[in-house]
Write a protein that binds this ligand. Structure first.
Ligand SMILES: [Zn+2]
Length: 347
């Protein structure tokens, strides 16, 4: 019989130290405390008064054409009907009404910007400028929503989705008079990313900003655990030439660069330089804001991630938090998209 004893495992932080800002700023709320099903106080604020002249975008925006990933068909429909299906697919309907309104404007703006940018079809789906999957922005039809969420969801939440879209009818997000490409994501983990650190594009309205009310997000923090062997095999499945074993692992994995928010930009594995998102894809991580730690004694690797999604633009859980703390949709959008205006769109 083995002697029982308490031993303290040597935990080696292989790569990245958790940014102290996250540790200091956020209290983690236990899982299960999601906004789904919560009775939210809904204070309906008046629609934003748009005093300036509508901005002409040169696009007939009352109809939208999209590629339906599920049916494989191209559909065309009224933009507000489309936006309702996007809001319902992209954001929990239990979220604060101001967050849903912000989401409606972001979805409308994104759809129009894609239609303007890819008039002849997107390179990845040449029959339409936008698709109904997460590749562009998710869309579900009314009947799909009924099948997925059930009758009571339709009764309780569909009117709220309609309200969010109808109360923001015709509004879009502009920077210097140009319609923007408003990227958004689920949970930033405390601070959003500058687009240049994630997609190598420079856009003045997609800067890194704080996202202070995300503690309720179920994916604010997440940990996956693997054995050292599983971890090494996973890496070798993609990069077969790496020379890794449980003894040399701490020396073979090096952090090269991370963004100001702590997301991994570049990492070296046995001399091969990878992007943070390469590792995110390989291990199906929630985000590139991760730390890897190894327990040598137990031969276990923990990968701890913060946030969910690419981290650029509006954080949906942050938007919900801002709504609950009294911000309206205009304040939410102007917080996450630096220097923008909310204006009426005209064709
Ligand atoms: Zn797409």
């Amino acid at each position: 019989m083995r002697k029982l004893g308490i031993y303290i495992s040597m935990v080696l932080i292989i790569t990245i130290l958790l940014p102290t800002v996250i540790v200091k700023t956020f209290k983690f709320v236990p899982k299960g405390n999601s906004a789904q099903g919560e009775a939210l106080e809904e204070e309906i604020k008046p629609i934003l008064e748009v005093e300036e002249k509508p901005i002409v975008v040169g696009y007939v925006y009352d109809k939208i054409k999209f590629y339906n990933n599920k049916s494989g068909l191209v559909e065309e429909m009224n933009i507000d009907d489309y936006v309702k299906g996007v809001v319902a697919a992209e954001m929990p309907a239990a979220f604060h009404i101001e967050a849903l309104k912000a989401q409606a404007i972001a979805a409308r703006t994104y759809a129009i910007s894609r239609n303007l940018k890819y008039k002849e079809g997107h390179p990845d789906h040449s029959s339409a400028p936008i698709c109904s999957g997460i590749h562009c922005q998710a869309y579900l039809s009314f009947s799909q929503l009924g099948e997925l969420n059930g009758e009571s969801w339709i009764e309780n939440y569909w009117p709220k989705i309609e309200e969010a879209v109808n109360l923001t009818k015709g509004l879009g997000i502009f920077y210097n008079g140009e319609i923007i490409e408003p990227l958004y994501h689920s949970t930033s983990g405390g601070r959003t990313e500058d687009v240049k650190d994630v997609f190598a594009a420079e856009l003045p309205y997609l800067k890194s900003v704080t996202s202070p009310y995300e503690e309720e997000a179920p994916k604010f923090k997440n940990t996956i655990t693997l054995t050292t062997t599983e971890f090494i095999e996973k890496i070798k499945s993609k990069y077969p030439k790496v020379n890794l074993n449980k003894d040399n692992l701490p020396d073979k994995i090096k952090l090269i660069d991370r963004t100001i928010t702590g997301r991994v930009k570049k990492i070296a594995i046995d001399g091969i330089i990878l992007e943070g998102r390469d590792l995110r894809d390989l291990f199906a991580l929630n985000s590139t804001n991760f730390i890897i730690s190894m327990d040598k004694k137990l031969n276990i690797i923990d990968i701890e991630t913060y946030g969910f999604g690419h981290g650029v633009g509006m954080s949906q859980w942050g938007a919900n938090g801002m709504g609950k703390h009294g911000s309206n949709f205009e304040e939410i959008l102007k917080h996450y998209y630096t220097g923008v205006e909310i204006r009426s769109i005209s064709n």
